[in-house]
Design a binder for this molecule. Structure first.
Ligand code: DON
Length: 543
């Protein structure tokens, strides 16, 4: 079936629109959301359509077998956080992981790594609670992309190339992504008919499909791979609505992710600790500013390891206590502008999964949504009858040595049946005068949180436009290992000045991928500025 979109006007490389926009990290997905907005859907409808399209065209990052978070704000500034993150299956135990044939990788590859997917029920929940278009219409662009085919993005082709060996264990993954033994090339056309059929049924039957055929097919996959998940886990899965974390920064309200994300906490601590430092003493891109950011993040990652978990777990300390003004003031006073404070070392993993998108509609409703299968192609197994890539989110629990992204061990984030692992995903919305004006977020493991904080400060502290805010060089520090990662574009004099303060500076590949939407003005002077990070190959769409 051919795309039934107008040939021009719906997509342009310039990121300035007037009415509405979608910024995803894949252009086919931005177009899917655009199509829904143009057909009268609202921002949530468009976000759902964009996510479903991403699962088709960018399966190394996210999809039906994964889960995520969405921050949704109405035009009047009423905000809700929808948590559709994966949960640990009822029967999972550390012993099962330790006794697996390859215990070192059991939380990352294969059936035991898979958390109960949240995306199928989560998208239905988003649509029912906040959308206005019929659900089948939101699924239609994804069905079309999967059935009629799409051009493989350079990003996806590169991820397949890097992971080709890992994909070989799953017959369907290797058949689709490494046909005749070589990674699928950029711009090659791929169809996913099994996924198209599954999505079509999902669009028509909704919950009945999720709790029926999908649950049964996941259980069969788990049984043949000796996993712990059952159909009952999928049937019992429920997305949660949570109050988002809200902090005031200057004349804006920043609405961001609560637990089980630790990302919102880091964003809030960064704003509280260093956001108000005068710009002339620490301009953007200077070693003074990079140093302050780094020092603020050490504490936030330490808090994460000690206090953050699924809010339904015992032993979790609420963010309000951690963000207490006196506590933040004590921490601020301890930041030494001239010296770094080292912590313990543990090597982080590379990260190339996950996707973040922003949508605003013509009424001003805004969605900031991040979703993931965790590592590239998740657990590297599929539901074979439906071409659904299953996540490896069990690796986001604190599992002792070698646990996810080299983060410090965390007691409140211990593997617990039915619980959600701590995440860095930080879908954030900025309100001005009580109305949504900005959407920010990122993909990239723990770098999500530090990137979201930097992009927010680029917008709010440095007054950058969205394009510059996502493009500017970034840095990352996560407490452990005690390394300050800097992108190639961070100049040598800045690195030298950071070394002189005592930081171990390590050059790194691109740090995370961020999408932003910013709305300026109202009525006839309204401008919607949308930016997809140049580090991945997405582009926004809008009009
Ligand atoms: O929830 C989290 O923090 C991780 N599962 C996110 C993984 C990720 O972003 C992978 N890389 N881009």
């Amino acid at each position: 079936m051919a795309l039934s979109l107008p040939a021009a006007g719906y997509f342009r490389p310039a990121s300035r629109y007037r009415r509405f926009a979608v910024a995803a990290d894949n252009v086919d997905a931005s177009r899917a959301g655009y199509e829904v907005l143009r057909g009268g859907g609202n921002a949530v409808d468009a976000a759902v359509a964009t996510v479903l399209a991403l699962g088709v065209t960018s399966p190394s990052s996210s999809g039906f077998g994964g889960g995520g978070f969405a921050t949704v704000c109405t035009p009047q500034g009423e905000c809700t956080f929808v948590d559709f993150r994966e949960t640990a299956p009822a029967a999972i135990t550390l012993e099962l992981l330790h006794n697996a044939p390859d215990p070192a990788h059991a939380s990352k590859v294969g059936a035991l790594a898979v958390g109960v997917p949240g995306e199928p029920a989560g998208l239905l929940h988003l649509s029912r609670r906040f959308g206005r278009a019929p659900f089948a219409r939101l699924v239609a662009p994804a069905v079309r992309l999967a059935g009629a085919g799409f051009a493989v993005s350079p990003w996806l082709s590169a991820r397949v190339g890097e992971n080709a060996r890992n994909l070989a264990g799953d017959p369907l993954l290797s058949r689709i992504w490494t046909p005749s033994g070589t990674p699928v090339a950029a711009h090659a056309r791929v169809t996913r008919p099994l996924l198209a059929a599954a999505l079509r049924r999902y669009g028509a039957e909704g919950d009945r499909f999720v709790r029926g055929p999908l649950a049964t097919a996941i259980e069969a996959t788990m049984r043949s791979g000796h996993g712990a998940m059952t159909a009952r886990d999928v049937i019992d899965y429920a997305p949660r609505e949570r109050a988002p974390l809200r902090v005031t920064f200057r004349d804006h309200t920043v609405v961001t992710a609560p637990y089980p994300s630790a990302g919102g906490l880091l964003v809030a601590e960064t704003l509280a600790l260093v956001g108000d430092t005068p710009v002339d003493t620490a301009p953007p891109g200077s070693s003074a500013w990079d140093h302050l950011l780094t020092e603020s993040w050490r504490g936030a990652f330490d808090d994460r390891a000690r206090y953050v978990g699924d809010p339904e777990n015992a032993g979790v300390v609420p963010p309000a206590s951690l963000l207490d003004a006196a506590r933040m003031a004590r921490r601020r006073a301890r930041i030494d502008p001239a010296h770094a404070t080292p912590v313990a070392v543990d090597e982080p993993a590379h990260d190339h999964g996950t996707t973040h998108l922003c949508v605003v509609d013509a009424d001003g409703m805004m969605v900031s949504l991040t979703t993931t299968v965790n590592d590239p192609f998740g657990a590297r197994i599929t539901v074979p009858t439906m071409d659904i890539v299953l996540n490896d989110e069990i690796d986001d629990f604190s599992l002792g040595a070698g646990s996810s992204y080299g983060l410090a061990a965390s007691r409140p984030n211990a593997l617990t049946p039915g619980r959600r692992p701590v995440s860095s995903m930080s879908p954030t919305i900025v309100l001005a005068n009580g109305r949504p004006v900005g959407c920010v977020g990122a993909s990239g493991g723990p770098r999500i949180a530090t990137t979201t904080a930097q992009v927010l400060l680029n917008l709010l502290r440095h007054g950058m436009d969205p394009e510059s805010a996502v493009s500017a060089p970034r840095i990352h520090h996560q407490g452990a290992p005690d390394e300050l990662r800097v992108e190639r574009e961070v100049p040598e004099d800045v690195r030298a000045a950071l070394r002189a303060r005592g930081h171990t500076v390590v050059q790194t590949d691109a740090l995370a991928v961020s999408q932003v939407i910013w709305v300026q003005g109202e009525g006839a002077s309204r401008a919607v500025l949308a930016a997809s990070d140049p580090r991945k190959d997405g582009l926004p769409a809008g009009e």
